[in-house]
Write a protein that binds this ligand. Structure first.
Ligand SMILES: C[S@@+](CC[C@H](N)C(=O)[O-])C[C@H]1O[C@@H](n2cnc3c(N)ncnc32)[C@H](O)[C@@H]1O
Length: 285
């Protein structure tokens, strides 16, 4: 048996030394994971059995080598839904919950205005996080999602099972020919990091998220340009699109939409820390 406090203190110090952004949180989350409990319940336990302590130290060591926490637990939370994640799929980020929340509000407002089954499309769905949240929070919505990468698509198949989401594998640039001009809300968290910003990316993302999920041309805007073209085809007149971008793209990302003349109400939105985070726009009528 080893003392819980002693284990947590040593793990937190090791993660802090390794440059992990939230060492206390991650140390507690990993201990809860090996004990099959929750962080909140840890205080009820003073001693950790030897085999669990060994398993814990091994996981903390992997986290200190900057494996993502969610790859070690196999789980990620996104709004009110749980997702299975691991190598081969992008780990959903808390900041993307803002984009999903905006889409939920748009879809619910359509329902209040009398629309029966809003049609929602999530491009670049990865693990299926945004699509699953939409299906969870917008009763009656018809949710469609597409992912290009075979491995990420396989994770999404598992995560979206039983949700009713129409998941397809393919390129967002040509996806959903059958939905042309009928979609109410398009969401997309595309790859948006400039190719030469490789060194500035945190090791957890750079070494463990798929590169197709991160990088998008010299200025990071290639996928956003493709999104602009496809959203204009898929949306009905007056339909809306929302997409995430890097905090340094608060001017350049909306400009991709504003420049074409196809959109009204092009607006950028900040995250809780005040950083530019996502853009929304309405297809002109
Ligand atoms: C930043 S990740 C976002 C994943 C998920 N939407 C989320 O927020 O967690 C971008 C995703 O887009 C996928 N992707 C990249 N280019 C694509 C394309 N042309 N068509 C469809 N999916 C694409 C990547 O494989 C990756 O899963």
């Amino acid at each position: 048996m080893t003392g819980r406090r002693e284990l947590l203190t040593a793990a937190t110090a090791s993660l802090r030394d390794a440059g992990v952004a939230s060492p206390e949180h991650d140390a507690a989350e990993l201990l809860a994971h090996v004990l099959g409990t929750t962080r909140g319940q840890l205080v009820l336990l003073d001693e950790v059995p030897g085999d669990r302590a060994e398993a814990y130290v091994a996981l903390v060591d992997r986290r200190a080598r900057r494996e993502p926490l969610q790859h070690l637990t196999g789980l990620a939370w996104f709004r009110h839904v749980e997702l299975r994640v691991g190598p081969g799929v992008f780990v959903p980020r808390p900041e993307t919950e803002l984009l999903a929340g905006w889409a939920v509000e748009q879809a619910l407002a359509l329902g209040e205005a009398g629309a029966e089954s809003p049609v929602l499309v999530d491009l670049c769905t990865g693990s299926g996080a945004v699509a699953k949240a939409l299906a969870d929070e917008v009763p009656g919505a018809r949710v469609h999602a597409v992912e290009l990468d075979e491995s990420a698509h396989a994770w999404a198949v598992g995560n979206l099972e039983g949700t009713g989401v129409d998941l397809r594998q393919g390129d967002m640039a040509t996806a959903f020919e059958d939905l042309r001009g009928t979609v109410d809300v398009v969401t997309c968290n595309p790859p948006y990091i400039p190719l030469d910003a490789w060194e500035s990316v945190a090791p957890e993302a750079r070494d463990h998220d798929p590169h197709l999920a991160l990088f998008s041309g010299q200025d990071g805007l290639d996928a956003i340009r493709a999104l602009e073209r496809r959203a204009a085809v898929l949306l009905r007149p007056g339909g809306v699109v929302g997409f995430e971008h890097a905090d340094v793209q608060g001017g350049s990302a909306p400009a991709v939409f504003a420049a074409t003349g196809r959109w009204t109400d092009v607006r950028d939105h900040a995250d809780l820390a005040g950083r530019p985070r996502f853009t929304t726009a309405r297809l002109a009528r």
